[in-house]
Design a protein around this ligand. Sequence first.
Ligand code: GRG
Length: 304
Amino acid sequence: MLDQVQSRRPALGQALAETATAIDRLFDRTLAVPRDSRGRLVEAMRYAAIGGGKRLRPLLVLASGALFGVPRNHLLRAGMAVECIHVHSLIHDDLPCMDDDALRRGRPTVHIAYDEAVAVLAGDAFLALAFETLASPSTHPDAQVRSHLVLALARRSGAAGMAGGQMLDLAAEAEAELDLDAVTRLQRLKTGALIRWSVGAGAILGDAPADAIASLMAYAQCLGLAFQIADDLIDAAGDESCAGKRLRKDGDRGKKTFVGLLGIDRARDRAERLADQAEDHLRDFGPAADLLRDIARFAVERDR
Ligand code: GRG
């Protein structure tokens, strides 16, 4: 996939590759394996976090923070924090009590490679690590900025954010019908909440003015939905070896998705329109926001 991005959007290809390397390094330095029985837990965390994933959320933190001249090491730490929450959600989402998946990022899921108890603990430890990372003065010298990041991430991850969206998604499986508004609300929480935090984090770290924050949040709202529709399209029509996970499962499980409601062609049109709208919200930033523009296109063109 990276080769394809590199040829069509070289700046984005390079940014994705550099972000992946930097986040891998940060996880590698952070997750030192203890020599006692906790070693198995930290090995499982390393297995889940290092060497996989597109690192889209950390890249969003980097791209929005670059608009306000935020130092890269602060942005990378915030990026690792949101990746911790994301990896946590993937590990728990794959458990038998949730989506019961055996393949993720082209490898056996954590509960298959280790066991369920280790997978639950690894997820829990990532949740703690996210907030430990944000609360550290290495992320920003000003305690008010750090507490703003922590508060926002707690809200975006919990019952009013991603965990709430996951609950709506699980409950929806038993429902006969869910209309477009209900699916949109569910996905704004389940997938959109962390994407909004990622874009907002760069602005918080950069003490951005209110009008810039409002434009970035409008961008992130459109991007989150476009990204989720692309995810639904990959599940419905994508290639399993590219995606690195089991596909065609949304329909089997009775998941309520954009593709289920709109069909493939209209869902694709809607994702494209959302990416256009996301770009429109960046007009006041000029060429400085080109990376965020490329990310919006990538969100809907991707095959994994
Ligand atoms: C974190 C408090 C807390 C709760 C978690 C299990 C759960 C509650 C939520 C599940 C949320 C979930 C799995 C949403 C799916 C979002 C999504 C589209 C994931 C795929 O993201 P990509 O494509 O994956 O960025 P990679 O592997 O590239 O990082």
